[in-house]
Ligand binder design. Sequence first.
Ligand code: SF4
Length: 503
Amino acid sequence: MLSASGVRELYPSPPASGDLPAVRRRPPEAVARAIGPREACGVCGVYGAPDPGSPGGGAAAKVHLGLYALQHRGQESAGVVASDGRGVQSRKGLGLLSEAIRERDIGDLPGHLAIGHVRYSTTGSGRVQNIQPLVVEYAGGLLAVAHNGNLTNARALRRRYEERGAIFQTSTDSEVIVHLMADPAYRARPDALACALGELAGAYAFVFLTPERLMAARDPHGFRPLCLGRLGRGWVVASETCALDQLGAQYGGEVEPGELVTIGPEGIERGSFAERPGRRAHCIFEHIYFARPDSEVFGESVHSVREALGRRLAADAPADADIVIAVPDSGRSAAMGYAAGSGLPLERGFIRNHYVGRTFIMDGADARSSSVELKLNVVRRVVAGRRVVVVDDSIVRGNTARSRLGLLRRAGAREIHLRVSCPPIRHPCYYGIDFPTREELIAANRSVEEIRDFIGVETLAYQTVEGLLSAVARPEDYCTACFTGEYPVTVGEDMTKRAMERS
Ligand code: SF4
């Protein structure tokens, strides 16, 4: 458990918003484990780990290990930046973590603090210069930045600084925080980072590194998850608790929405940098699809939420069928819930090849459709001649579902009843999930019956918005904009993925 001792307010809460809510403290055994592999960006930071020569390695090796647990959140590139208090070194590369950074290249990175990032681009393409953490030297010193989320005012901020002559090195939204920090209006202030964060809009979970300190911050709505853990006498921050488990760290609650955590030689300092908005807006899609089922995000077990979604779906959309199967991996927990709720046996009808990248987060429609058959195969003896309920987490473009269920039909399934554990996705996401245009969303352009016909199944039923919200403990704390069109944060001009690219 986190000790409250040594924690002091760096940036006192504004009087109008009051103190931050008490941080939820959970015993480590309450952190749900299990379920095998899984899959926005993932960030991790470690402070206070021993030097590389000690057992288990230094901070860089620990961050590297933590990123393995977060690989499902980004497969385009990976990076680790470490500091020993005097100098900063980095290792970066394209592809999966194992391809981007080799073990032998990380083991000798010196330092007791490090941050890392696995990337799935929501702004900017998968170019080498977009690999994070970004490392810059400016008048305030050396700074490394890793970001998960999407800044809705990044384009306007970028234009502001470009008109003043600033040169941007990347086409990502994340880089604007660096220019805000370097702004003469802020950089001499002791609370420069808090001021810079206060200018940002949209979704962000940041980790920052200076030669002496690790910082972590989360946007005031709390769109993306970010948790804190204790590792011996050191500290860990990570996108999901599965990274804490990987490192053997004790869960210490969330970095709260609107909170800035600074960890340095003087200990840990926590405080709010912004007034709390009227409501939180945690991304409910983290529970539906992105987060690993063995993680707790937003204070809730991902597996338990998915299972509850399946149970609700079984009650609302029963099917006259013989068996229930899941689309692995993210549909598994919901399929368990559907089977339990319906009384139908749960069987394994699909086998996933784990050595092929996750289709949803591959860059480009062609790459997505061509990898479906590489990823899944059907267990013929399970499905042939039977009426099968297939539980999937979501339908985005529809092509992937059509390909998968075509495999099932060719394997001899007599009837296919598709049950989707989230409602129809009809609106783009501007807060860090890659389905940004309405044209790409099948449910924005077709009725449920038309989608059923396109996919080629006997029946199709989606979760209702009410059913979705019934699965989480505090429904008022969640964003559901991609289903309802009710956006919690105003959206800037061009929010397409490559809005900041010139070539
Ligand atoms: Fe998540 Fe949908 Fe909200 Fe985007 S719009 S943050 S995917 S719930």
